[in-house]
Design a binder for this molecule. Structure first.
Ligand SMILES: [Zn+2]
Length: 331
């Protein structure tokens, strides 16, 4: 599509669909985030209701810029998203089954729409704008409702044969372990994620006698942020939960290094924002479990982007690349 707008007036909208929240951002041609907001995903209301709300939110967000800007495209990051076919395939934490997402969105928008796995979008965001700038080999772990992984090898995102490379959150780390939303037991993300640490806290509340303010809360209402706040107030159950989570994460990271030999592993998400509560035990156990040949060679970093920004920026950047390639194909 050729239009008369100059580059400076072109924007892309990035969407990051999470298990709990969905973020929307508008990015200009300089890759500056003009606006970002979020709303509750409410996945249990079903995909049709979600698409209706997402459409409304995108139109509201772009409405502020419509008079002066042109929308080039929309990039959407989602869990279990397959960029090869535009389908979100049975996302474990959303319970939507297979969703032909691009086709559904195209009924509401007449601009190009690109779909990308959320952790892959986060990896692109980190590579272009965040902690992985200039790196060619790195892994991004997003710790949210679940645990997502974006893998960059030799400068390129690793998609795999079916577009699903990097489901490290579903590596089984415990035989007959915790029930996972994927239908199996003992997956890494049932321990290492905002939901995972919550399960650990409630397990520890029954296992240990420590006094804890967490005893007054019920499972449904506790957030990862609250657990962090209690840990910072020296709550022993919360601190034990962070240590336990850090041990499992540290071991998982040491294993990841043996597969990919990365320069860095970047951790993002609400749980990682909480000072060094998770990072300190993770680093300790990572060093303990790391194979000698890698010692001192792999950095474990916290994302330097705001929570959620990496995936939104990455989705925009991915959409731009897709649009650019399609235009080239037309020419
Ligand atoms: Zn699983």
């Amino acid at each position: 599509m050729i239009d008369k707008k100059t580059d400076s007036e072109k924007v892309v909208i990035g969407v990051d669909i999470g298990g709990t929240n969905t973020a929307i951002g508008i990015v200009n041609y300089k890759n500056e985030l003009l606006l970002e907001n979020s709303f509750l995903t409410k996945a249990d209301e079903g995909i049709d209701a979600f698409i209706r709300r997402l459409t409304k939110k995108i139109k509201e967000a772009f409405g502020r810029y419509e008079a002066t800007h042109v929308l080039e495209g929309i990039g959407v990051a989602a869990p279990s998203a397959n960029y090869l076919n535009g389908i979100i395939e049975s996302p474990a934490n959303l319970k939507w089954g297979d969703v032909n997402f691009i086709e559904m969105m195209k009924k509401n928008f007449d601009v190009p729409i690109a779909l990308i796995n959320d952790a892959n979008a986060a990896a692109l965001g980190e590579q272009k704008f965040g902690s992985a700038k200039g790196m060619n080999n790195f892994i991004v772990l997003t710790l949210g409702t679940g645990l997502g992984t974006g893998i960059v090898v030799n400068g390129h995102l690793l998609y795999g044969e079916n577009g699903f490379a990097g489901e490290i959150g579903h590596t089984i780390i415990e035989k007959d372990g915790r029930q996972c939303n994927c239908g199996r037991r003992g997956c890494l993300e049932t321990y290492v994620s905002a939901t995972g640490i919550k399960r650990t806290v409630f397990n520890f509340l029954s296992k240990y006698n420590d006094q804890s303010e967490l005893r007054r809360l019920n499972f449904e209402n506790v957030t990862g942020k609250q657990i962090s706040e209690f840990a910072l107030q020296n709550d022993q159950i919360a601190l034990k939960a962070f240590n336990y989570t850090g041990e499992i994460l540290g071991r998982a990271l040491a294993n990841i290094v043996t597969y990919f030999d990365p320069q860095a592993i970047i951790l993002s998400g609400g749980l990682v924002d909480s000072d060094e509560l998770l990072l300190n035990p993770t680093l300790k156990y990572f060093d303990e479990f790391l194979l000698n040949v890698y010692k001192g060679k792999v950095q474990i970093l916290k994302s330097n982007l705001q929570n959620g920004e990496a995936a939104v920026l990455g989705a925009c950047s991915f959409a731009r690349e897709e649009i650019f390639e399609n235009i080239l194909n037309i020419i």
